[in-house]
Design a protein around this ligand. Structure first.
Ligand SMILES: Nc1ncnc2c1ncn2[C@@H]1O[C@H](COP(=O)(O)OP(=O)(O)OP(=O)(O)O)[C@@H](O)[C@H]1O
Ligand SMILES: O=C(O)c1ccc[n+]([C@@H]2O[C@H](COP(=O)([O-])O)[C@@H](O)[C@H]2O)c1
Length: 217
């Protein structure tokens, strides 16, 4: 039987505007599949490939903080808010790697992010610092362009145990629930005054209502 070699940390980066049950359920299922005991929510400061949100990075981080009491595995990592430049994942991973040289690091993304991975800064170097763990996503197929598919073929493992045998280097496609929930749909619903209670945690809904988020474009 193969022995665990490295403690594994799961990082989940996002704009999280707002964080929702699609994010959280996939994160729990992935943590279970790869035996990660902690899930670090990593809200970005300036999303590299999205319009800068109306809501501040601090507010989006507070929405993430509101979820921490749901499950003891959830933690908040606000390191990207400490910089005022766009939150390039490669930079964050370099920082994490130097802080935790003896940890395996898994960075979680949804299938839609994998499909556009070739637009990320230094994308082919990401696996020099972490494993990529990909969640299936309702509403998206799994078709990849040839370049990303080749990268996947070079790095894919079907064995979760590989993620603790090496500190970085693998891509693992996880078998997660396909919850067709998105932050943009949720923002639209709030703007129209529609009920979002079953799309995100109560504490997140409470924060949104208290601070009147998502009322304007
Ligand atoms: N329902 C979902 N299932 C699986 N992965 C998801 C889901 N929603 C978001 N993700 C993944 O979580 C990460 C952060 O997503 P993000 O915060 O941008 O949420 P979003 O719902 O995609 O937002 P928006 O609708 O504003 O584009 C991305 O890698 C994305 O692929
Ligand atoms: O590094 C990049 O170039 C890059 C490009 C797009 C997205 N990301 C990161 O991927 C995560 C999900 O992004 P998003 O835009 O879907 O919320 C989040 O941590 C982003 O900072 C990173």
């Amino acid at each position: 039987m193969r022995q665990n070699k490295y403690p594994l940390s799961l990082y989940f980066g996002g704009t999280f505007n707002p964080i929702h049950n699609g994010h959280l359920q996939c994160a729990f299922e992935i943590a279970e599949q790869i035996s990660a005991t902690q899930i670090y929510l990593l809200p970005n400061y300036i999303p590299p490939h999205k319009a800068t949100p109306n809501e501040s990075a601090q507010q989006r981080a507070e929405l993430c903080r509101a979820t921490l009491s749901i499950d003891s595995r959830l933690k908040l990592d606000t390191r990207e808010l400490e910089k005022t430049s766009p939150s390039y994942t490669i930079e964050t991973l370099k920082q994490l790697r130097s802080e935790f040289p003896q940890h395996a690091i898994a960075f979680m993304i949804g299938m839609d992010s994998l499909q556009t991975l070739d637009t990320w800064s230094h994308w082919q170097s990401l696996t020099d610092y972490c494993h990529l763990v990909v969640a299936r996503r309702g509403g998206y197929n799994s078709v990849l362009n040839p370049q990303i598919n080749e990268y996947l073929q070079q790095h894919q493992t079907l064995n979760q145990q590989d993620l603790t045998a090496k500190r970085h280097g693998y891509i693992y496609l996880a078998d997660t629930s396909m919850l067709q929930i998105s932050s943009s749909k949720i923002r639209e619903r709030y703007k129209k005054g529609l009920n979002c209670a079953c799309l995100l945690p109560t504490a997140v809904n409470d924060y949104i209502m208290k601070h009147s988020l998502y009322q304007a474009d």
